[in-house]
Design a protein around this ligand. Structure first.
Ligand code: GDP
Length: 195
């Protein structure tokens, strides 16, 4: 994908009305700190357009990035903050559920998992939940640069088994440091979801 222009067009909180876009949407989910903002920035060829923060507790919004007036990258709020209250967790769930249920343009959901670690209980719940909503998420194994090349296959297997992925599910290792995996993600999106 050649990025000509990007625009953070809509930011939706719990009480906002979701946009009725007329272009394809590709959504990204993952626990906080997994590298979601870094991935979205890499896909947009930007350093810091999408929020990147060292401190958890970011506001819970769904952000819609308009790419070339052609499609949207949709940044779903991260999960797994230790400090979040029960009420906020419920609101988070409702917000995402509302989006997954009502979007007419959502073509694919990518779920980000840190390649270094066994998927957490929250990761497993999120995966299952997305499946239950009728989507078969594509997995992006983030922070690829943090493990040795010789360990990649082993860690991909650990993710596949940990999440009990539906057979045939795509897992793409990605690093926002080296940008490895970026072209593969865009190729997949363009090939499978933009027509
Ligand atoms: P988010 O909370 O999921 O949006 O995560 P961020 O994109 O804000 O990243 C969280 C932290 O992990 C930041 O300190 C990033 O610099 C770091 N990070 C994200 N992706 C990578 C990666 O691919 N490699 C390395 N080494 N660090 C990363």
């Amino acid at each position: 994908m050649i990025i000509r222009n990007i625009n953070l067009e809509t930011v939706c909180g719990i009480t906002s009305k979701l946009p009725e876009n007329d272009k394809p949407e590709i959504a990204f989910a993952g626990k906080s700190n997994v590298g979601k903002s870094s991935l979205i920035n890499a896909l947009m060829n930007r350093k810091s357009y999408a929020r990147i923060s060292a401190t958890p507790g970011k506001t819970q919004t769904i952000n819609f990035y308009n790419i070339n007036e052609e499609m949207y990258l949709v940044d779903l709020p991260g999960y797994g903050y230790a400090k979040v209250s029960e009420k906020e967790k419920i609101q988070w769930g409702k917000l995402i559920e509302k989006y997954l249920h009502t979007s007419k343009q959502l073509r694919a959901v990518f779920l980000l998992i840190d390649i270094r670690h066994e998927p957490s209980a929250n990761d497993k719940m999120m995966y299952q939940w997305i499946v239950d909503q009728g989507y078969n998420p594509i997995i992006i194994a983030t922070k690829l640069d943090k493990i040795k090349r010789s360990q990649v296959q082993k860690h991909v297997k650990m993710i596949k088994e940990g999440l009990q992925l539906v057979p045939g599910t795509t897992v793409i290792p990605f690093s926002s440091e080296t940008k490895q995996g970026r072209d593969e993600i865009w190729d997949l999106v363009e090939r499978e979801f933009l027509n």
